[in-house]
Ligand binder design. Structure first.
Ligand SMILES: Nc1ncnc2c1ncn2[C@@H]1O[C@H](COP(=O)(O)OP(=O)(O)OP(=O)(O)O)[C@@H](O)[C@H]1O
Length: 313
């Protein structure tokens, strides 16, 4: 069943980008980003993720097509659309001698917003930066600097936040902290678009997944539906005897004997009306092939992603 579409906060229509070198980084991209969602943009190196984000944020000019942000065109109404967007860039270029507070207040001013110390206090507290507000940015740890980048991006109260590889090179603990920060922002109604190489990151926090490859969006899907639709299930049975040949009654089943015939793996479609498990177990019993344990696994988003990108090649 198709989920009812929520209103879009960002509409990307037939967007193409060719760099002056002649390289076409985006090819007629169409993408509707729903208000209040977390969408993960997945793709291999050089797929066009940063280019797409950069066009939407007005950093790179499109060659063709249009982008509407919160009802306004990114070129005709650049200032207005940009003020609705916060961008956390990939590069950590925060070697500043300024304090956290000064930097974040200054960034807010750049967007023409009146000072609002109580908002900034709340923001810094939510990012666990309040204690560090008077510290010089260059003295902070890598993780703290990343939090400062998020604070800067949120300083002007944007409705939409782009995170370009938010957890690249950070440790597991900080990654989990980041995920909590992103979830909290969504609760506050901020729409979040993140690019990531870590598929488990998309699996963990995204509502929808968009896969981009060679400048083209090859799939946009609700994460849960995607995993149900494309995630094959496997039933694995630990046999108590070594089996060399499978009973003829199991012809047509997608079965594999591994571990020298002591394990049987059955791959099936979890969406199918009949998954065949009852019959499989029945045939094994009748054929006197006993097993001592069984478990099922579903393919991860990583496997689905690798398969999708491979099919496109
Ligand atoms: N200024 C530029 N001039 C020419 N080509 C560029 C320029 N910027 C990016 N490209 C090319 O466009 C393609 C898409 O790059 P982009 O940075 O958008 O990819 P990406 O998906 O973000 O990759 P990564 O995951 O490695 O960050 C790449 O082949 C890149 O080399």
């Amino acid at each position: 069943m198709q989920k009812k579409q929520k209103p879009s906060i960002v509409s990307v229509v037939n967007l193409s980008k060719s760099y002056p070198s002649g390289f076409q980084a985006l090819k007629k991209v169409n993408l509707e980003i729903e208000d209040g969602e977390i969408i993960a943009l997945l793709g291999p190196n050089g797929a066009g993720k940063t280019t797409l984000i950069s066009v939407i944020c007005g950093i790179v000019n499109p060659s063709d097509g249009s982008v509407i942000v919160d009802g306004k065109d990114i070129i005709a109404d650049f200032k207005e659309t940009r003020s609705r967007i916060g961008l956390v860039p990939q590069e950590l270029s925060v070697h500043s001698f300024e304090s956290v507070w000064t930097t974040v207040s200054f960034t807010r001013g750049l967007f023409g917003k009146a000072p609002n110390p109580s908002y900034l206090e709340k923001l810094l507290k939510s990012l666990s930066l309040w204690e560090k507000k008077d510290d010089m940015i260059m003295t902070l740890s890598g993780g703290m600097k990343r939090r400062v980048l998020i604070a800067k991006a949120l300083s002007h109260e944007p409705k939409i936040l782009f995170l370009d590889e938010p957890t690249a090179g950070v440790d597991v603990e900080l990654r989990k902290d980041m995920w909590n920060i992103v979830r909290d922002l969504r609760k506050q109604g901020v729409t979040i678009i993140l690019t990531t190489h870590y598929i488990e990151e998309a699996e963990e926090i995204a509502d929808r997944i968009a896969v981009i490859n060679k400048g083209e969006i090859i799939l946009v899907e609700d994460k849960k539906l995607l995993m149900q639709k494309l995630g094959k299930k496997q039933l694995s049975l630990d046999l108590t005897i070594e089996v060399k040949k499978l009973p003829a009654a199991l012809k047509g089943y997608e079965l594999e004997l591994v571990s020298g015939g002591k394990q049987l793996i059955y791959t099936y479609d979890p969406q199918a009306k009949e998954n065949g498990i009852t019959n499989l177990l029945d045939v094994l019993r009748k054929s006197k092939i006993p097993f001592k344990d069984l478990n099922t696994t579903q393919s991860s988003l990583e496997e689905i992603f690798v398969q999708l990108v491979k099919e496109e090649k």
